[in-house]
Design a protein around this ligand. Structure first.
Ligand code: PLP
Length: 424
């Protein structure tokens, strides 16, 4: 079996497959985002006439609400089409300030707000603004695919701590204590979590904060991009509410992509101490310049306008999640549990390993399984190795329900067809 995706480990530095050696060492340290790569392969197969259903990407299939699009249109017609301040114009900074006050109990001035072209760029700006070569960033696995590459691109070193599905993928404060060193500059916390859907309880956040507080070089990057996506009455607890004493050492990052179906508009934002926001603005001023002015206007409407739509979308997502879980439960080869938040199911596929596919190929890893699903079941899903945790596959439930159901049936049939070969 060919590996669909393998992530580099410390022992084997990342080398981008097919990357010319004329590219910089820095670029050769990173890889094309695996979720984008897999979704791209699904697209290529589809355009070649294959009926591939993609469960690879993390973006809502809903349209951006009309009132948000109209706000962008109005801004463009009114001439809000020029450069803005590097880290965001006053209207979006004020909308973000109010959002953090409303949702996070966090009072911040304009000089403590950063707006960039997506939460991904917020994180990049923060790392570029703070990391010196060899500085360490503690990341809990399974992690969002871009964290380690962003750190490595900025000359840092990702220190990965595994969490376990047996414990709901919640981080262990004593493992964190052991991982911190004099070189630790950041600890990344991501709740609700991509890919596991775990929501960290308030008491756990407070415990993690206490461990980090005793380590004066370390800051927290709290990635709360899925903050509004919680199911079954679960509630997301903002890090700064659980750990108010960490306020000056926390960068809270979020954005409009996941909550308002605005992935393509590219607006992310963050709140943090002034020295950090200043340094991030400097990075931004010499790279993107500023986030798109028209998208900033759209984001103001998204954040400050009517929020009731989110509830309807959540009901739809929860229904889809439940349907997918019910179908996936039809094979004993997948171990699934209901994610509390975000929009992914992170299925344990260990029971598939060692088995043979009907074409004779042997499934030895989650990457093999994802490849098999893509080529023989016409479903694109992301192997756990992309998130630093194996053997799992991540299934996004952000497509129309009947298509999602069809994709899950295909996964179940493909798994049930895997056999142990008798020794002859
Ligand atoms: C955990 C996490 N953080 C950040 C991002 C980036 O979001 P944005 O579209 O705002 O760049 C994503 C996108 O998938 C994500 O899953």
């Amino acid at each position: 079996m060919t590996a669909l995706h393998t992530r580099a480990t410390d022992a084997e530095p990342a080398t981008a497959e097919g990357m010319s050696d004329r590219a910089s060492t820095r670029v050769r340290r990173i890889q094309l985002s695996p979720t984008i790569a897999i979704a791209g392969r699904a697209g290529v197969l589809r355009s070649a006439g294959r009926d591939v259903i993609s469960l690879a990407l993390g973006e809502l299939d809903f349209d951006t609400p009309a009132r948000i699009v109209e706000a962008a249109h109005k801004a463009a017609l009114e001439g809000f089409t020029r450069y803005t301040a590097a880290d965001g114009a006053a209207p979006i900074k004020d909308a973000v300030r109010e959002k953090f006050r409303r949702d996070h109990g966090l009072s911040r001035g304009r000089d403590e707000i950063h707006v960039a072209s997506g939460c991904k760029q917020v994180i990049f700006n923060a790392l570029a603004a703070t990391l010196d070569p060899g500085d360490e960033v503690v990341i809990f696995a399974p992690y969002w695919v871009s964290y380690c590459d962003l750190v490595e691109f900025c000359d840092g070193k990702a220190v990965v701590i595994q969490t376990s599905g047996d414990n709901g993928f919640l981080p262990d404060p004593s493992a964190l204590r052991r991982a911190l060193s004099a070189r630790t500059r950041w600890v990344f916390i991501n709740t609700p979590n991509n890919p596991t859907g775990a929501i960290y309880p308030s008491a756990l956040l407070a415990e993690l904060a206490e461990v980090i507080r005793n380590h004066s070089s370390a800051m927290v990057l709290s990635d709360e991009i899925y903050e509004h996506l919680a199911f079954d009455g679960n509630v997301h607890v903002p890090f700064t509410l659980a750990a108010p004493r960490m306020r000056e050492r926390t960068l809270v990052a979020s954005g409009v992509s996941k909550t308002y179906a605005m992935t393509g508009w590219r607006i992310g934002y963050a709140a943090g101490p002034t020295w950090l926001i200043d340094a991030m603005a400097r990075v931004q001023s010499q790279t993107a310049g500023n986030a798109c002015s028209i998208a900033q206007a759209a984001a103001v409407e998204a954040i400050a306008g009517d929020q009731t739509l989110i509830g309807d979308w959540l009901n739809t997502l929860q229904r889809r999640r439940n349907r997918a879980l019910a179908i996936l439960a039809k094979t004993p080869l997948l171990k699934v549990s209901a994610p509390a938040g975000a929009f992914y199911i992170f299925a344990d596929v260990s029971a598939c390993l060692g088995r043979h596919a009907p074409d004779g190929g042997r499934i030895l890893s989650d990457s093999d399984l994802a490849e098999h699903l893509l080529m023989h079941a016409n479903v694109a899903a992301v192997p756990g190795c992309a998130f630093g945790a194996s053997p799992f596959i991540r299934i996004s439930f952000v497509i129309e329900e009947s298509l999602l159901a069809q994709a899950c049936e295909r996964i179940v049939d493909a798994c049930n067809a895997l056999q142990h070969r008798q020794a002859t």
